[in-house]
Structure formats: structure tokens, C-alpha cells
Design a protein around this ligand. Structure first.
Ligand code: NI
Length: 174
């Protein structure tokens, strides 16, 4: 495994839409493994391939309480329900966070590391992370979801936080 070089805004690769993966071969599996290692190294809870400069539709998510990471190849959001306000950050935008709105529940389909299709229905932090990473794969960053630049705030401990959709749970209508 090898570490990928984490791309930081305004790197244009973060604005590129990634490409559907047709053959989930050894090179894609190596990419998945490198992304897992890079995510761990950067203390993130998720990583999209274009954050490592690779334009394949591949993302990984590893929530703090989860034993195993979720590997997402060709993920697509099938359905979103509800809206809640959450705090969010991104490894590619170090030192900043913002409050924004994400779905309460999302349904996603994807393929795993072996190419097997699966579906997830997710809520809370996992739903937020799925929306965040699938946004990345479409060239979208969380800052695109804030209407006022003043909502982007500096983190207290710059560069020290395990951001990438690390959320403070703040449901708008609990
Ligand atoms: Ni991010």
C-alpha cells in the first residue's frame, strides 16, 4: 500500500467529476487500499478518489465506531429524506468548518471491493459522510452548500481535527 498525496483546495482535480469504474480489477483494489491507508494517515472518516488525484468513482468511509470501513465503488444516491443542520469539515479544506444542511436519511447503491453490488440505508453521521463523499465524486465540495461565506469558520485547532464530515449532531427538528 502507498499513501496518496492529499489534494487541497483550490486544486482543480477536486472540481472534476470522477468516472464510472467498469472493471474492478487489481489496480482498482490497490487504489481502494491506498485510499484506506491515506484516510487513516490523515485522520479522516472518509476519502474520495479525486482527493488523491485519481478520477475514478471510488470512495471509502470509516466512522469512528465502525470496525470495518465501507468501500464504495460507483456509488449513487437513490433517495434522500429530511433535512437537518450539521457541522462539517473536509480534509481538502484544512482548518475550516461550517454548519450546513444534510439529509436525515439517504439510500445509496454501490459496488464493494470485489465488484458485488450492495445498497445502504443510512442516517446521522453515515448519511452525512455518504453525501459528502458522493459530492466529492461529482466535483462538489461542502462549501458549495453554504449560502453565506461568513458561515465558514476557522477551526480552533487548525489541522488537528479529524475532519471530513466529522459532525456535531445538531438536528434541526429533533
Ligand atoms: Ni471532503
Amino acid at each position: 500500500m502507498a499513501l496518496l498525496q492529499l489534494r487541497i483546495v483550490p486544486d482543480p482535480v477536486l472540481r472534476r467529476k470522477t468516472r464510472h469504474v467498469r472493471d474492478i480489477d487489481a489496480s482498482i483494489q490497490r487504489l481502494v487500499d491506498d485510499m484506506r491507508e491515506t484516510m487513516r494517515f490523515e485522520h479522516g472518516i472518509g476519502l474520495a478518489a479525486n482527493q488523491g488525484g485519481v478520477l475514478h468513482r471510488v470512495a471509502v468511509i470509516h466512522l469512528p465506531e465502525a470496525e470495518e470501513p465501507i468501500i464504495l465503488i460507483n456509488p449513487e444516491v437513490l433517495r434522500r429524506e429530511g433535512q437537518r443542520e450539521v457541522e462539517e469539515g473536509c480534509l481538502s479544506i484544512p482548518g475550516y468548518r461550517a454548519m450546513l444542511f444534510r439529509s436525515v436519511t439517504v439510500r445509496v447503491k454501490a459496488q464493494d471491493r470485489d465488484g458485488k453490488p450492495f445498497r445502504i440505508k443510512a442516517q446521522e453521521l453515515l448519511a452525512q459522510a455518504l453525501e459528502h463523499e458522493i459530492d466529492h465524486l461529482n466535483g462538489v465540495l461542502y462549501i458549495d452548500h453554504i449560502d453565506d461565506p461568513a458561515k465558514l469558520v476557522k477551526s480552533e485547532q487548525e489541522g488537528q481535527q479529524p475532519v471530513e464530515a466529522a459532525a456535531a449532531e445538531r438536528a434541526r427538528n429533533p
